[in-house]
Design a binder for this molecule. Structure first.
Ligand code: ADE
Length: 252
């Protein structure tokens, strides 16, 4: 089956995964600590991605060249852009795009120069396995278990899983004007984060299957930063753990 790599966006998410793994060994390469071990009968390498596209691209490249990862799954949080994508929901990417890539007028806005593409698709079977695990996680545990913890979630409808476009850029989107501009430029974007499209480009170059799953921590507006740390501690790290476990158990 090969070795599955898990890239976690935040230290709390990484630690929660490491706490569940029975036998990890630390290996340091070019900055990040990589944790090699097993879980649910599968060979794993787990690492903190680092924030932003360059860090994610470096980490992904090391996973492929130094750790022989045969698939990569990114778990983390994102800001919701789609009208019905609310805090506590989970978005599984079907494709990723760099919203801050703009070499116009030489190339169309968002196109990766030299690739002739702006949107890079994720691996369908892996993404569907992740979406199934996310649906299960929200129905049975992590989403609900913690709904009392955050005021924003207490009044919310049941959390949902969405599949579609995730956009990435080297900015934490924390104003309504910026998220409105993103929605206008990319009406089908469900969520915004800072790493996924970089992982997509590396995996596309190497021909390696990958998936990106994000729990929605905020609406990418003026209050995006307010409950961010608390949300990761109280919600996102539990959801990430359940999604990774479910993906390992039910096929990837
Ligand atoms: N990750 C979580 N929320 C985000 C936001 N609002 N912008 C970029 N990345 C994020």
């Amino acid at each position: 089956m090969g070795r599955l790599a898990i890239m976690a966006a935040m230290p709390q998410e990484l630690q929660t995964l490491l706490d569940a793994m029975p036998d990890e060994t630390r290996v340091r390469r070019a900055g990040p600590d990589f944790w090699v071990g097993h879980w649910e009968g599968r060979e794993l390498v787990v690492v903190l991605s680092g924030i932003g596209k360059v860090a994610a691209a470096t980490t992904a490249t090391l996973l492929l060249t130094e750790f022989q990862a045969t698939q990569i799954l990114f778990v983390g949080v994102a800001g919701g852009l789609g009208a019905d994508v609310q805090v506590g929901d989970v978005v599984v990417a079907t494709e990723l795009l760099q919203h801050d890539m703009d070499a116009s007028p030489l190339f169309p806005r968002f196109e990766i120069p030299g690739q002739g593409l702006s949107r890079l698709p994720t691996h369908t079977a892996l993404s569907n396995a992740v979406a199934a695990a996310a649906t299960q996680a929200l129905a049975t545990g992590s989403g609900r278990r913690t709904t009392h913890a955050l005021d924003a979630l207490a009044t919310q409808r049941d959390a949902r899983v969405h599949q579609g476009l995730i956009v990435s850029g080297d900015r934490f989107v924390s104003s309504a004007s910026e998220s409105t501009a993103l929605r206008q430029a990319l009406p089908d974007a469900l969520a915004v984060e800072m790493e996924g499209a970089a992982l997509a480009q590396v995996c596309h170059d190497f021909g390696v299957p990958f998936a990106v799953v994000r729990t929605i921590s905020d609406r990418a507006d003026d209050t995006a930063h307010v409950d961010f740390g608390r949300f990761i501690d109280e919600v996102a790290r539990h959801v990430a753990l359940d999604i990774v476990r479910g993906t390992l158990r039910h096929g990837s």
